[in-house]
Design a protein around this ligand. Sequence first.
Ligand code: MLT
Ligand code: MN
Length: 310
Amino acid sequence: MLIKILGAAAGGGFPQWNCNAATSRAAWSNAAGVKPCTQSSLAISADGDRWILLNASPDIRQQIAATQALHPRAKGTLRNSPIQAVVLTNADVDHVAGLLSLRERHPLTIYGSSRVLDVLAANSIFNVLHPDHVTRRPLVLGEPNAIAHHGRYLGITVEPFGVPGKIALYLEDAAAGPGLGTREGDTIGLKVTATATGHAFYYLPACAAVDAGLRQRLRGSSLVFFDGTLFTDDELVKQGLSDKTGARMGHISMAGPDGAMAAFADLDVARRIFIHINTSNPAWIEGSPERREIEAAGWEIACDGMEVRL
Ligand code: MLT
Ligand code: MN
């Protein structure tokens, strides 16, 4: 199975369009050891020919342009794309807005939890993905779902499972209590398996906590892409960017006793890669103390164009 990191950054990208704080400024000024990145998305393929997107970011056009494997095939028909299907892990803007760029009456299959598909159904702008051509399929949580397009299996199954998290920002309901209206299916993680080889990896671009169930699931796995939104929970507050903590945003932080690095310390995961990294996160800066701490803990920082072969 081929995995291409199309976008490693969280919502807004790196640098975010309106951000002038230190880490973003380093990217705006092309500082050494700082690589700008687009918004969170992976492309995967069992055969190198037919591709599945995991989330569709607002930067999708730029991501396709930068990735030759996703260009229309020169020997194909006048309108063609190797992208066959999209699997969504939540309804965040950074994960669904790219669907709007996949219009032009092109055949495609979109998978998501019923909860996320309901969000698409409630927003008529997504009807630019014309139902005559684009099929929406609900994922069954807790079971392997065969990913197919037009009845042809693409050689990959995804097992979606609920993870601690939050409803999309624009759907938050303050009147609904502390959960803001969050329900099952608002945030899922994926176990992605190639049938031919049995090789599997996990993809969790949003996760608020590593609970006992998640620990059990991830233990001993060979590769996990995991929510790296913030380095510390109060990073946005300390930098004067926002009054929101990571916990309020539905994202575990990388560092600290309640952070991802500590949670994974005894999970025996062979390869751990942070993804969905916010523009404020000092982990972006090569050689920074935070980056060194991450690397010392055995983690990698994803970047656009990174590839993994499983
Ligand atoms: C998030 O990951 O918290 C969201 O993408 C935030 C947003 O929608 O801006
Ligand atoms: Mn996001």
